[in-house]
Design a protein around this ligand. Structure first.
Ligand code: UDP
Length: 382
C-alpha cells in the first residue's frame, strides 16, 4: 500500500500544488502516485505548466470523457474507482472545487480517507457548481487544509469537526515567492505581437466562469466593460470555451481588445506584473494580482476570496446587474499599497509536514465519535 494518491486535473492545480509535489518527491519518505484526471489536456493548459514549474510528471493520466460536466465527473469517478481496485492508498488528496474533485466519490466508495486542500472556502452563491463541489468534498473529507482562519470558521459553522481542519496559508504565495525572479523571463516566450502590445500601458483580462459566459446578460456586461477601456490595449488570453461562446454570440469586442489563446504561467505572470490592472473572474488570478500589488476588477456577483476587497486591492464588478462602470474606481488603486492577506509563503511546507505525520501514523481516518462537533451518542449506542 502506498501512502497517498494525489489527484489533480486543471491548470491552476498544477500551479498551486507544484511546490507540494516537489517537496513530497524530494524531501519525504512518502510514497505517492500523482494522478492526472485529464480534465485539462492540451499542451497550453497542462504540459507547459509541468515544464515551466518543474513539476514531476503524473504517474497515471486518465482519458476523460470530454463532453458535458456530467461526462467529466462520471468518467473521473469511474476511472478512479477502477484505479483504486488495483492500487491501495492510505489517503486520496484532492485540491479545489472542480469537476476533478468530484472524483472523491470514488475514494468514498472505497472508504479511502479523503484529504482536501483548499477546504472550507465559500462564496455562498448556490448558482455555482464550484460552491456545491467544495461543500460536498469538505463534508466527505477526513483532513482539510483551509488557507485562512476565516475559511476554517466557515467549515465549523457547517458542523465540520475542528479536529480535521488545519489552517495552512495559501500555497499560491509560495509559488509566487519562489518564481518571482522568473516572471520577467516570461517575455522570452511571448509572440512579437504581444510583446509590442505590452511595451505600452495595457490592461490584462481573463474570463471563463460558467455563470458569466453562459448567462447572456452577464456576458454582454463583461464585453461592455472591455469595450469601455478605450485609451489602452486590453490583452485577453481567452479560454477555449469563452472563445466558442464569443463566436456564437452577436457581440463584438473593440479593436484594442486583443484576444490570444491561453498562455504559459511565466508569460501570464509577466503580463500581470506589467499591467495597469487586471479584469478577471478567475479565483487564482485575483489572489496573484493582490499578492504582487496589481489592482483588479473582480467580475463576479460573489466571491470566496473576500480578502481582496478587505485590503482594498480589488473592485467588484457585478455582471448580473445593470452596467455600472468600475474603471474609475480601479484606476484609483494603481500605485497604492496593501498587505498580502494570503499568508507567509510556507503553506506547502506545512501541508507536506502534516501529510508526512499522518502517513507515518496512518492516522487519516476520522471515523471517531469524538471527531464530530455535535452529539453523536445516539448513533453509537448499544
Ligand atoms: N494562467 C496562465 N495562463 C493564462 C491564464 C491564466 O498561466 O492564459 C494562470 C494564472 O496565473 C493562474 C491560473 O492560471 O495561476 C488561473 O487559472 P483559471 O483562471 O483557469 O482558474 P481558477 O483560478 O479560476 O480556478
Amino acid at each position: 500500500m502506498k501512502d497517498l494518491a494525489i489527484i489533480l486535473g486543471i491548470r491552476p492545480d498544477v500551479i498551486r500544488a507544484s511546490k507540494i509535489l516537489k517537496l513530497l518527491k524530494s524531501q519525504s519518505d512518502i510514497e505517492f502516485d500523482f494522478i492526472w484526471s485529464g480534465q485539462h489536456y492540451s499542451e497550453n493548459m497542462k504540459d507547459t505548466f509541468f515544464k515551466q514549474l518543474n513539476v514531476p510528471k503524473p504517474d497515471f493520466e486518465f482519458e476523460i470523457n470530454k463532453g458535458s460536466d456530467a461526462d467529466i465527473v462520471s468518467s473521473t469517478i469511474e476511472n478512479l474507482f477502477n484505479h483504486f481496485n488495483d492500487h491501495k492508498y492510505k489517503a486520496a488528496v484532492f485540491l479545489g472545487d472542480t469537476n476533478t474533485v468530484m472524483g472523491s466519490i470514488a475514494a468514498a466508495q472505497h472508504n479511502i480517507p479523503i484529504v482536501h486542500i483548499e477546504g472550507c472556502m465559500r462564496s455562498y452563491d448556490w448558482r455555482m457548481p464550484e460552491e456545491k463541489y467544495r461543500t460536498v468534498i469538505d463534508h466527505l473529507s477526513d483532513r482539510i487544509y483551509a488557507y485562512l482562519e476565516n475559511y476554517k470558521s466557515q467549515g465549523l459553522n457547517e458542523g465540520i469537526s475542528e479536529n480535521i481542519i488545519k489552517v495552512t496559508g495559501n500555497p499560491i504565495v509560495d509559488i509566487i515567492n519562489d518564481n518571482l525572479k522568473y516572471f520577467d523571463s516570461g517575455q522570452d516566450y511571448l509572440s512579437e505581437d504581444i510583446l509590442n502590445l505590452s511595451n505600452e500601458k495595457f490592461v490584462l483580462a481573463t474570463c471563463h466562469r460558467r455563470e458569466n459566459i453562459l448567462d447572456k446578460k452577464s456576458f454582454e456586461n463583461i464585453i461592455n466593460l472591455f469595450n469601455e477601456i478605450e485609451d489602452v490595449n486590453v490583452i485577453f488570453p481567452m479560454g477555449y470555451k469563452t472563445q466558442e461562446i464569443l463566436r456564437k454570440s452577436n457581440v463584438n469586442l473593440s479593436n484594442n481588445v486583443k484576444i490570444i489563446d491561453p498562455i504559459g504561467y511565466l508569460e501570464f505572470m509577466y503580463l500581470l506584473k506589467n499591467s495597469e490592472y487586471v479584469a478577471t473572474d478567475s479565483g487564482t488570478v485575483v489572489e496573484e494580482a493582490c499578492i504582487i500589488g496589481i489592482p483588479s476588477i473582480q467580475m463576479r456577483f460573489s466571491t470566496e476570496r473576500p480578502e481582496v476587497y478587505d485590503v482594498n486591492a480589488s473592485i467588484k464588478f457585478d455582471p448580473t446587474q445593470d452596467y455600472n462602470s468600475p474603471i474609475e474606481q480601479v484606476t484609483k488603486l494603481i500605485g497604492t499599497n496593501w498587505n498580502n492577506p494570503f499568508g507567509d509563503g510556507n503553506s506547502s511546507e506545512i501541508i507536506v509536514e502534516d501529510l508526512k505525520q499522518l502517513s507515518k501514523d496512518d492516522n487519516f481516518k476520522k471515523h471517531k465519535p469524538s471527531d464530530y462537533q455535535f452529539d453523536t451518542s445516539n448513533s453509537f449506542k448499544g
